[in-house]
Design a protein around this ligand. Structure first.
Ligand code: PXP
Length: 249
């Protein structure tokens, strides 16, 4: 049986679809990547169906729901269209993310505090349908409290600012971002929320986040798919898993 305390790894396969879509055909197939990730020990697969369908397609989600043996974490914006898709598929988890067409990736966390009523109504049917609702937010007390009040079961802490600072060699910001992630993981856990984290993580940045005892799941995509070009997907995932396990002891 899976150890409920073990840090889970969700492999995000969006960027397999990015490469596929560069040529408009069917290769490389994100479903094949998902199966390899599963065989390599991924505890879940994450896919973000964006409004503009720039990477993952509706057909990819249909396929993932059919073939996956591990849970699907379906990332989506809080729109009626996405809610209808999620309610049709009822994936294990739905992660609500902010989405702006012009952004390159999900740049910031969701502004929950300002949209509390709207989001509370939005997530209620998803919860009723049996999906675990996760909210992707910055390590910010106000947002965490609001996520708790609207009835989310999970928050995913945005690690992008920490990872960007690490890439720039900005040690002071790395330290302050890690401090915020550490404090807010504890704060959210104490409220009864399950804590996940992700965005921008790589072999250099993963360990301090994996070491936070309240964090139960990391969602990692771009780096692993990039590293798969050099190492292959399975070894890339094995190395990430090894570093996560090393950080946890
Ligand atoms: N978690 C969430 C909520 C995301 O939106 C993303 C990016 O799609 C990730 C994790 C994974 O980020 P990355 O691809 O940078 O590893």
């Amino acid at each position: 049986m899976a150890d409920p305390k073990k840090l889970r790894l969700g492999v995000n396969i969006d960027h397999v679809a990015t490469v596929r879509n560069a040529r408009g055909g069917a290769y490389p197939d994100p479903l094949r990547a998902a199966r390899i990730a599963e065989d390599a020990g991924a505890d879940g697969i994450t896919a973000h169906l964006r409004e503009d369908r720039r990477h993952i397609s509706d057909a990819d989600i249909d396929g993932l729901m059919e073939v996956l043996g591990v849970p699907l974490n379906f990332e989506m914006a809080a729109t009626d269209e996405m809610q209808a898709i999620a309610l049709r598929h009822r994936p294990h988890a739905v992660c609500i993310v902010p989405e702006k067409r012009e952004e390159r990736t999900t740049e910031g966390g969701l502004e929950v505090a300002r949209e509390e009523n709207k989001l509370a109504h939005f997530i209620a049917p998803l919860r009723d349908a049996g999906c675990r609702v996760s909210i992707f937010i910055a390590a910010d007390k106000r947002q965490i409290e609001a996520a708790h009040r609207i009835g989310a079961e999970v928050i995913e802490l945005h690690t992008g600012a920490y990872c960007d600072a690490a890439a720039e060699g900005d040690k002071a910001t790395v330290a302050s971002e890690l401090e915020a992630l550490t404090e807010m993981a504890t704060f959210a856990h104490d409220l009864g929320l399950e804590v996940h984290a992700g965005h921008g993580l790589n072999y250099e940045t993963v360990k301090p986040v994996a070491a936070l005892p309240e964090v139960m799941e990391l969602n990692i995509g771009h780096f692993l798919i990039g590293e798969a070009i050099f190492l292959g997907l399975e070894p890339a995932i094995h190395e990430m898993r090894r570093l996560m396990d090393e950080a946890r002891v």
